[in-house]
Write a protein that binds this ligand. Structure first.
Ligand SMILES: Cc1cc2nc3c(=O)[nH]c(=O)nc-3n(C[C@H](O)[C@H](O)[C@H](O)COP(=O)(O)OP(=O)(O)OC[C@H]3O[C@@H](n4cnc5c(N)ncnc54)[C@H](O)[C@@H]3O)c2cc1C
Length: 495
């Protein structure tokens, strides 16, 4: 039985570990932290339970596929419930919009704006659906090893058909007139840390995916997935070591041969790295000659997604919460986005996202209490790094003031009984996210598909990468797909 060593038990590392163990490999998974999940982590304190990072479950089929692949019933591991309405959007000076994946409800929302915009919205969905199908077949479900995997007539034709050269916002403008609808279709590029005014227009497929395939909630919150993958891996006989920092991926004569863990050297037939790719290059492969074009200089020059400032609030009061997921747009959204990606300053009037999981699962807080998660997009650390305690305190107050002014949480500061924050620095320290960029390398055209770090390492054999900064990109289902592609690459080499 061949021995595979995996670095990092984030979603990607866990998924790769489960697949390979099921296929008969002898897999050992090493995680630096005391629990699995990586950014999909959990804070469980004083009766409150918070997801640290991801909260929105979309592309449910991909979540379930790993369990079906291992001949398990997904429902035994992931109790899921459909979320409807999927999302409430609030605009400072205009009425809010509620988005449902029920077509009748959706039409009600759209026609309340105008029949012309309802028609435009449906036209947009049809257009992006066609492009999504092309992207799915030609890029998302395929990995790229060599130049010719990408530069061949069918890939190039698919690339042209994608028409992805303009930005998300401009691609929407021609379909709908209402500014709220335009924002509702464009802002979701922030889910993968890229500006809606710059990122490739293809990422407007995110709202389409939410509408067509639904948004779900996993009982217990997103962390249930990390626990389920850990449980399955152990049931299959896999070996997991937490609190174990991998110091180096050992490469000899252009072949990965093992891992250095403190004083111990562990040898394996293949290595899969689920730790953030740019971090892995600079920290785990110290000799630049072993990593081809990925020199320290190149890694530093690459572009990174934005990051997040998070507040996890346990409150001893029940509020009239209307939706599991709500977004509050800044008065000047464009300026807010420019501060994140161009100016590198902390947005003075930020947009923010609120997630209240206790609406779906009361067990996540003591009775008559609420668990409230607030996410504010902020620049990554190479653009803004002053996360001193004074900055945190100031920003916390600013965000709380916005909550009190704009949301139902008018008196929240009087009811906070538990509080914790996460800054980009915490993502860097806790999960080795390069620049604290929560979504990894920014998915610009120059850093996508063939140009994104490959799942099979080009500069050493027996070495594979998965996770947000590799192909196909960030987001839970997409990193699960990257793990599947990394495993398929390993299998190809092991034939
Ligand atoms: C705030 C936030 C909100 C998000 N919201 C959503 C959402 O709603 N929906 C969605 O689909 N996606 C969302 N995402 C994105 C999603 O969470 C990530 O894309 C995904 O979890 C990344 O998984 P990963 O396995 O690639 O990386 P990671 O989770 O970073 O895993 C890497 C693992 O490697 C470990 N590691 C690193 N270095 C070493 C070492 N030297 N030795 C041993 N172990 C090491 C780390 O500790 C970590 O466990 C969100 C992310 C964040 C941060």
């Amino acid at each position: 039985m061949k021995k595979v060593l995996i670095v990092g038990a984030g979603v990607a590392g866990l998924t790769a570990a489960v697949r390979l163990q099921y296929l008969g490999y002898d897999v050992t998974l090493y995680e630096k932290n005391n629990q699995v999940g990586g950014k999909m982590n959990q804070i469980k304190e004083e009766g409150f339970c918070f997801d640290v990072g991801p909260t929105i479950v979309m592309m449910k089929d991909i979540y379930e596929e790993i369990f079906s692949f291992c001949q398990r019933n997904p429902a035994d591991y992931l109790p899921m419930e459909k979320v409807d309405p999927m999302l409430h959007l609030y605009f400072s000076e205009e009425p809010p919009l509620s988005f449902s994946s029920d077509l009748t409800q959706l039409m009600h929302t759209l026609e309340s704006i105008s029949e012309e915009d309802a028609q435009g919205y449906l036209g947009f969905l049809s257009d992006i659906y066609k492009r999504y199908l092309i992207a799915k077949d030609a890029f998302i479900t395929r990995s790229f090893r060599s130049f010719w995997d990408f530069y061949n007539p069918s890939s190039l034709m698919a690339g042209l058909k994608l028409r992805t050269f303009n930005d998300a916002y401009s691609s929407i403008v021609k379909f709908v007139k209402d500014e709220r609808l335009r924002k509702s279709l464009a802002f979701q590029t922030l889910y993968i840390g890229v500006s809606p005014y710059q990122g490739p227009s293809l990422y407007t497929m995110i709202p389409m995916i939410e509408l067509f395939y639904g948004v779900y909630f996993i009982k217990g919150g997103m962390y249930t997935l990390a626990q389920a993958l850990e449980r399955l891996f152990k049931e299959l006989g896999g070996k997991l070591y937490c609190n174990t920092i991998v110091d180096e991926i050992l490469i000899e004569n252009k072949q990965a041969i093992g891992l250095q863990i403190g004083k111990e050297t562990v040898f394996g037939d293949a290595i899969i790295c689920g730790a953030d790719f740019p971090y892995a290059m600079t920290a785990l492969i110290p000799n630049e000659n072993d990593r081809g074009k990925y020199t320290d200089k190149k890694i530093k020059k690459m572009e990174y997604s934005c990051s997040c400032f998070l507040m996890y609030l346990g409150v001893d009061k029940k509020y009239d919460v209307q939706a599991l997921h709500s977004i509050y747009f800044a008065k000047d959204f464009k300026r807010n986005v420019d501060q994140l990606f161009e100016e590198g300053t902390l947005p003075d009037d930020p947009s923010f996202y609120i997630y209240v999981p206790t609406l779906m699962d009361e067990s996540l807080a003591p009775s008559e209490n609420e668990a409230v998660y607030i996410l504010v997009p902020v620049p990554e650390l190479s653009k803004f790094s002053d996360w001193s305690s004074a900055t945190i305190e100031k920003y916390r107050t600013q965000v709380l003031n916005k909550l009190k002014e704009e949301t139902i949480f008018k008196d929240i500061d009087e009811h906070i009984v538990f509080e914790k924050q996460y800054t980009p620095k915490d993502f860097q320290t806790d999960f080795n996210a390069y620049n604290g960029a929560t979504f990894g390398l920014k998915p610009t055209l120059k850093q996508s598909n063939y140009y994104r770090p490959h799942n099979k390492f080009a500069y050493a054999d027996h070495l594979y990468f998965c996770g947000s900064s590799t192909h196909p990109g960030a987001g839970v289902p997409i990193v699960m797909q990257s793990a599947k592609l990394a495993v398929e690459e390993l299998l190809k080499d092991d034939q």
